[in-house]
Design a protein around this ligand. Structure first.
Ligand code: GDP
Ligand code: MG
Length: 442
């Protein structure tokens, strides 16, 4: 992958104390090959290498204490520039509703994105409405309805049995509907074709003219490589768009699309889709993408995921409960565990940490079954048992083991570990220090 190649290039570079022009040329050549192999468009590669080379030969590298690090820093900064610099946020209309139109080829991920965007906006307190204006494929409307339901977001669709509807009419009526029902954001899903064709462009342009969207987002499958650029150009000329959404960045996408599309179209990448599930979605951060490409891990994304999962208020409550040893129950423990799990599978969370390249295989073997088992055990307890695990006697143990499909010793182990951990946490939170250790000042 692009990441592996660049990592190898920089490893070679790091071994050198002083850099000659020949070293810089060789490094740039490697980067050039890595980018081309990752399907970055040629003009983008040229421009990128040009900038890097010019800066790398300049004073900032010659005078640096560690020239190799300095070159890597330059590459990082130039990557951020190519990716668009700062994150571009959604613009909301001054008078609601904010109208967002999605366009792109069939299979790009528009309908899925409608659900992800809807869920994400709802989480931030908005009232989004999804609009089924893809009347091309027979079950497109139903697909959006299912996704909307899963996302907990309302869907506006043409009346059933009304025959072939007119997508322009549906889109127009949806905006009126949103106004009357006080939805503040309208997300219009449109039809796509497998290839770019005039009729599709005209339909998207007609919908655009009818509803005057505040944002037009072009959704593009990051795995289509070089084709992403030609498709993006066709949509820029045919419909015009304000921002790009890269989908399927989770696949073996070589990353080239992300680097090219923004440069070639001059439109920023605003969001990234990284899986089929509704939560596999995030704002696109050029600096983080650049770090990821360079193999620096994505610590910032990880931290944000953690912050979202751990409601601060809940954390404060837990801290309070810990002050008295009995206060923290298995019920609280379950809630905490679920908050952590909301961040995603354990392997994915760990995979975002930097420097774990070598142990990636082991990480992939960590499965979430152990956590599933713990959850099952706690769920099989009565509220009284969760509140005070000390009442769990032999017959209760047997019942819990049976109910959770585990063994009595699994249950024992969990209860013991919980009581032990609670004792330690409680003592720490009271400033007494670790058991058996001289008390630390509180
Ligand atoms: P549309 O034709 O543009 O509306 O595309 P869809 O939203 O129907 O998506 C096409 C397929 O791609 C579906 O099977 C989705 O589940 C899948 N898909 C969409 N986004 C992603 C993504 O970010 N990652 C992965 N792995 N699959 C995705
Ligand atoms: Mg669709």
């Amino acid at each position: 992958t692009l990441q592996d190649r660049l990592e190898a290039t920089f490893k070679r570079l790091r071994g050198k104390g002083r850099l000659t022009d020949a070293d810089i040329d060789a490094t740039c050549r490697e980067i050039r090959i890595a980018l081309l192999e990752a399907d970055v468009a040629l003009p983008v590669v040229r421009e990128f290498i040009g900038h890097v080379k010019e800066r790398a030969r300049g004073a900032e590298v010659h005078q640096a204490l560690n020239p190799a690090e300095q070159v890597i820093k330059i590459v990082h900064e130039e990557l951020i520039q190519i990716l668009g610099g700062d994150t571009r946020r959604l613009r909301f209309a001054k008078t609601p509703p904010t109208v967002i139109l999605l366009c792109g080829l069939q299979g790009a991920g528009k309908t899925t994105l409608a659900g992800k965007l809807g869920r994400w906006l709802k989480e931030q307190g908005h009232q989004p409405l999804l609009v089924a204006a893809d009347l091309q494929r027979p079950n497109a409307v139903e697909q959006l309805e299912i996704i909307g339901q899963r996302a907990g977001v309302a869907v506006f669709a043409p009346e059933r049995g009304s025959g072939v509807g007119d997508p322009v009419d549906v889109a127009r009526r949806s905006v009126e509907y949103a106004k009357s029902k006080l939805y503040d954001i309208v997300i219009v899903d449109t039809a796509g074709r497998l290839g770019v064709d005039e009729e599709m462009m005209r339909q998207a342009a007609d919908i655009r003219d009818a509803i005057q969207p505040d944002e037009i987002l072009f959704v593009v499958d990051a795995m289509i490589g070089q084709d992403a650029v030609t498709t993006a150009e066709a949509f820029r000329d045919g419909v015009g768009f304000d921002g790009v959404v890269l989908s399927k960045l989770d696949g073996d996408a070589r990353g080239g699309a992300a680097l090219s599309v923004r440069y070639v179209t001059g439109r920023p990448v605003m969001f990234a889709s990284t899986g089929e599930k509704l939560e596999d979605f995030d704002v696109f951060h050029p600096d983080r993408m650049a770090s990821r490409i360079l193999g620096m891990g994505d610590v910032l994304t990880l931290i944000e995921a953690a912050e979202r999962a751990f409601d601060e208020k809940q954390a404060a409550e837990v801290a309070d409960k810990l002050k008295t040893e009995k206060g923290f129950t298995l019920e609280d423990f379950l809630a905490q565990m679920q908050a952590v799990r909301r961040m995603g599978p354990l392997s994915k969370i760990l995979g975002m940490l930097p420097g774990l390249g070598e142990v990636r295989d082991q990480i992939n073997q960590i499965d979430d079954r152990e956590l599933d088992r713990i959850e099952a055990i706690i769920r099989s307890m009565t509220p009284a048992e969760r509140a005070d695990p000390k009442i769990i006697n032999g017959s209760r143990r047997a019942r819990i083991a049976k109910g959770s499909g585990t063994t009595v010793s699994d249950v024992n182990l969990l209860v013991e570990r919980f009581l032990e951990a609670r004792k330690v946490m409680s003592q720490l939170s009271q400033g007494k220090g670790l058991p058996g250790m001289p008390g630390l000042p509180g």
